[in-house]
Design a protein around this ligand. Structure first.
Ligand SMILES: NC(=O)c1ccc[n+]([C@@H]2O[C@H](COP(=O)([O-])OP(=O)(O)OC[C@H]3O[C@@H](n4cnc5c(N)ncnc54)[C@H](O)[C@@H]3O)[C@@H](O)[C@H]2O)c1
Length: 356
């Protein structure tokens, strides 16, 4: 570091810190006394409200740079201040990536490379945790699925019981899958080739407060919001798709542990989700709602969407072994907390598409 030019690291950098996961992470960091530097271009509809809430709650512990990850000079300046880095900013919707693959690539792959290059240029390298996605495993080719009641399950009973490990071959599907997958591989390679203290979280479906879910991304919050408003829900496919949902507080625990114990994860990707005990099909999740929030969903059906996996459940064993993490919040408890937040929040913005 050039001490005549660069500032001393004084904050934890959260790219995408105004977004759903970033807001929850920034809140936890600031509540524990850390100074948080947020880099976010506020392109996701609604997230400006998260930023306003963070600043009102934590005052000058939250420092926001409203700018684009594609701007290398801004990224350099933010990285120069970072004691640790959580890289969450992204174009997050498969649907948007189909509309504009080039913009999706520029943000997710190009933006991540900007960040890696800025870290590489620093003498003392802060730990980096990158949020990748289970979409890097595609539709899990080679695995046969069968229906079992209201859900799909793998024919292989051991896989059904334990979930997908990191040994699953990569299989990028959709421009979003490719751009996140490229970023995932660049982060791992910068750890390998340049020695960056970096790890990759391949995350399943995360849900919780501060999520401005839409049809395109954030389906749990989207479903609850629609049902609370008495609006119908469109299920793409037959509703038997299975996901292992993870409550955001549990994810924040894992992110913080990973940064603290980065040497245990350096250069490796880990699968993160609710695991088999928090696996649910879309139908099964909707079936819980009358009991939990006193409303019955109205459902319509449409064609499957590209890249949609019939089943995905994470085996989180590697993360448990390496950093001692496991999820704690069950589905009923998490849905209840999200419903209470949605009930206490003004209607979400009209925009239903995620801008890049
Ligand atoms: N939520 C999930 O279920 C889930 C699952 C797997 C992976 N992920 C990954 O986790 C990360 C966070 O997801 P989230 O659910 O909080 O999404 P989000 O959309 O709520 O947050 C992303 C944030 O990034 C910002 N952003 C977008 N493009 C930007 C750019 N070019 N420059 C600067 N900021 C930009 C947005 O304004 C937004 O605040 C993403 O990388 C996403 O791919 C999320």
């Amino acid at each position: 570091m050039n001490i005549l030019r660069d500032p001393e690291p004084d904050a934890v950098l959260v790219t995408g810190g105004a977004g759903f996961i970033g807001c929850n992470l920034a809140h936890r960091l600031a509540a524990s006394g850390r100074r948080v530097l947020i880099l976010d271009n506020l392109s996701r509809a609604g997230v400006e409200r998260n930023l306003a809430w963070l600043q009102a709650t934590h005052g000058d512990r939250i420092d926001a740079v409203v700018a684009d990850l594609r701007d290398r000079a801004v990224v350099d300046a933010c990285v120069a201040r970072a004691q640790a880095i959580f890289h969450l900013a992204a174009q997050v919707a498969v649907t948007t990536s189909l509309d504009d693959p080039a913009a999706d690539f520029a943000v997710n792959a190009g933006g991540t490379l900007n960040l890696l290059e800025a870290i590489r240029a620093r003498g003392d390298r802060p730990p980096l945790v990158f949020t990748s996605t289970n979409k890097v495993y595609g539709k899990l080719p080679g695995i046969r699925f069968v229906t079992h009641g209201e859900r799909y399950v793998p024919h292989d009973a051991r896989l059904a019981a334990r979930g997908v490990t990191e040994a699953q071959p990569l299989n990028f599907v959709s421009p979003y899958g490719c751009s996140k997958g490229a970023a995932d591989q660049y982060v791992l390679d910068y750890a390998r080739t340049f020695g960056l203290p970096a790890t990759v979280f391949r995350m399943s479906c995360i849900y919780g407060p501060h999520q401005f879910g839409t049809e395109d991304q954030g389906w749990v919050a989207h479903f609850l919001k629609r049902v609370l408003a008495g609006d119908p829900i469109t299920l793409y496919g037959d509703g038997r798709q299975v996901r292992d949902v993870l409550y955001v507080d549990d994810l924040v625990d894992a992110l913080l542990l990973a940064a603290e114990r980065i040497t245990a994860l350096q250069g490796d990707a880990v699968n993160i989700g609710g695991g088999p005990e928090n696996a649910t099909s879309l139908h099964e999740l909707l079936d819980r709602l009358p009991r939990l929030i006193g409303r019955k969903p109205v459902v319509r059906y449409a064609e499957w969407r590209p890249g949609d996996q019939p089943w995905y459940v994470s085996d989180t064993g590697l993360c448990t072994t390496r950093i001692g993490w496991r999820p704690r919040v069950g589905i009923d408890e998490g849905l209840g907390r999200l419903a209470r937040w949605l009930g206490a929040t003004a209607p979400a913005p009209a925009a239903h598409r995620v801008a890049s």
